[in-house]
Design a protein around this ligand. Structure first.
Ligand code: OOB
Length: 564
């Protein structure tokens, strides 16, 4: 049994002195997620909150309707035993039911755990186990994958998971234990337990990209997160007239809060949920819904720029295209404004907290060549020498590792004491793992990273997690994953594998299939698997995986250099 009430176990709180300062400065206002929706209903109840092609067809809900659905679903969830403080994995694609479910959980005081639609059994099982989730909210068949069946299999294995709630799919065959989301909708009650949530308590668990093993869970409070949402909405100029297109997954931090879906709710605007990020789908929605702002990762920006040249769609409503999640090359940045007729905004953020934006009125030079500056005057950024254990700050303008602390950056991952000891400094700075330099104006330029993570077009891959999957193969004795530069994705993955001697080594296709069949997100399956006799000697040998990965990456670059 888990305790009913605010989640505090495994959470590193903000020090009292910092919390007081953030309140005094007006960042933490005591607003909660239910109060955010209350305000939108009071001020904009009749306006369209969300437009989407939900599992049950085309949908268009006003704020009042969204709220009534969320309250009704909260009551139904309470009836099946979901209680304040319970964790619930939200594993939904971009459908309006996503917002209904998330606000229902907030109304209940239960904590969403935000999974991506691309995640598969391996990841979902881990989130459910680690958070001791009581339920999984998902869809039936989506993207050629039966989410409901997978969720039921996980529920059978993870003792805490008592329910799988499935957003309805017309014509889908219910399976045993199928609990449809619509069957849980009740008459909306006037009050619900989350309505008087403590604003300093944890509201949900967000996912990290992961550096060691599986993704860490990120506990975010009402106070800290909603500060970042309100401030982001202001920086990005959101109003009740805003029409925001969610092209990336709704549960990613960028789409959720930078300023994202929650920024839209704060402003009373309209969120359009794209069922797919491709240019055809999204340009159609831009035209039909008169979209004013959209958020994409660099490879998608590149695809949209290309498609804009031949589209018949009217994109004239689009004022801002936000690009983030991975480095937007200046060459791509230059092409965006002329091709799409929209202002570019670069966004360098992280689910752990810190988000930087180029401002809409920044000079072109800043917008094209930097990743912007932080949201808050109280975001503290330190750029330090990553090779010196004392972490002294580098000279102004020099490249170093970015450490940050501030009013919406966590002080620790959820239930991760050991990892927290290295991911944070003793005085509470988060080690982002990014290599950056600061310009004279204070804008951040991202130039690389020190963390063991591959950024495949904005999708983050922990090398170690994929290596562990390869190592599970009976014919594999060692594995190392490296990122290889790629024109389109920024990086793709190359796995080196040492096979068991004196046996036919498994082929690349077989190993890729093996990883996929272990139930991991498709973006984590190595793009190339190369079987080698042994790993190159690195001087430090295999004791340092970092040195090994660096040596292998250098070896690959040399090879491609020789070829070209
Ligand atoms: C966003 O969040 P995450 O948690 O998926 O990934 C964070 C990491 C950063 O530490 C950095 O390594 C990379 O993604 N990153 C960028 C970047 N934006 C993120 N690297 C270079 N340039 C950029 N513009 O990715 C995220 C969260 C909120 C808003 C936007 C992105």
């Amino acid at each position: 049994m888990t305790a009913v009430g605010p989640v505090t176990d495994g959470v590193v709180p903000y020090p009292a002195e910092a919390a007081e300062r953030y309140r005094a400065a007006g960042y933490w206002t005591g607003q909660t997620f239910p109060a955010l929706l209350d305000a939108a209903v009071a001020d904009h109840g009749g306006r369209t909150a969300v437009v989407g092609t939900g599992p049950s067809g085309g949908e268009r809900w006003t704020y009042a309707e969204l709220d009534a659905r969320a309250r009704g679903l909260a009551a139904g969830l309470a009836e099946i035993g979901v209680a304040p403080g319970d964790r619930v994995v939200v594993w939904l694609p971009n459908v309006p039911e996503y917002l209904e479910a998330v606000f229902a959980l907030f109304r209940l005081g239960a904590l969403p755990v935000f999974a991506l639609p691309a995640h598969r059994e391996s990841e979902i099982r881990y989130f459910a186990e680690h958070a001791e989730a009581v339920a999984i909210v998902t869809v039936g068949r989506h993207d050629r994958f039966d989410h409901a069946a997978a969720a039921h299999a996980i529920a059978a294995e993870v003792p805490s998971v008592r329910h799988v709630v499935v957003a309805d799919v017309p014509g889908a065959e219910p399976v045993a234990g199928w609990l449809s989301l619509s069957s849980l909708r009740r008459t909306p009650p006037d009050t619900l337990p989350g309505d008087d949530a403590d604003p300093s308590s944890v509201a949900f668990l967000q996912l990290s990209g992961g550096t060691t093993g599986l993704s860490k869970l990120i506990p975010r409070t009402h106070d800290d997160y909603l500060y970042s949402v309100r401030a982001s909405a202001e920086i990005c100029g959101l109003t009740a007239e805003t029409v925001y297109l969610a092209a990336l997954p709704a549960s990613h931090n960028f789409t959720m809060s930078s300023p994202g879906l929650l920024g839209v709710v704060h402003a009373g605007g309209t969120a359009v949920l794209a069922p797919s990020p491709d240019a055809d789908t999204c340009f159609g929605l831009v035209e039909s819904e008169r979209v004013t702002i959209a958020a994409v990762v660099p490879p998608l920006a590149a695809a949209w720029v290309q498609a804009a040249g031949r589209t018949q769609r009217d994109l004239s409503s689009l004022q801002v295209l936000q690009v983030g999640g991975a480095k937007c090359a200046p060459e791509l940045a230059r092409r965006i404004m002329p091709a799409l007729g929209a202002r570019l905004q670069q966004v360098f953020g992280m689910a752990e907290g810190l988000v930087n934006y180029t401002r809409l009125d920044d000079p072109d030079d800043v917008v094209l060549n930097t990743q912007g500056r932080p949201i808050s005057p109280d975001d503290e950024l330190r750029v330090v020498d990553p090779d010196d254990p004392d972490e002294p700050e580098v000279a102004p303008g020099e490249v170093g590792a970015l450490l940050t602390r501030g009013p919406y950056t966590i002080r620790g991952y959820y239930r991760a004491d050991e990892h927290n000891a290295t991911a944070f400094t003793a005085d509470g700075f988060y080690r982002t793992g990014d290599l950056v330099r600061l310009t004279e104006r204070g804008d951040v330029v991202v130039s690389g990273r020190v963390k063991e993570q591959i950024n495949r077009g904005g999708e983050k891959i922990a090398a170690e997690e994929v290596e562990n999957h390869l190592l599970a193969h009976p014919d594999v004795v060692d594995a190392a994953i490296v990122g290889v530069p790629d024109d389109f994705l920024g990086e793709r993955t190359h796995a080196f594998v040492v096979a068991v001697p004196d046996r036919d080594p498994p082929g690349s296709a077989a190993l890729r299939r093996f990883v996929r069949e272990r139930g991991v997100a498709a973006y984590k399956v190595p793009d190339v698997v190369e079987v080698v006799a042994s790993f190159p000697a690195t001087g430090v040998g295999k004791t340092s995986r970092r040195a090994l990965r660096a040596a292998l990456a250098a070896h690959l670059r040399e090879e491609s250099g020789e070829e070209s």
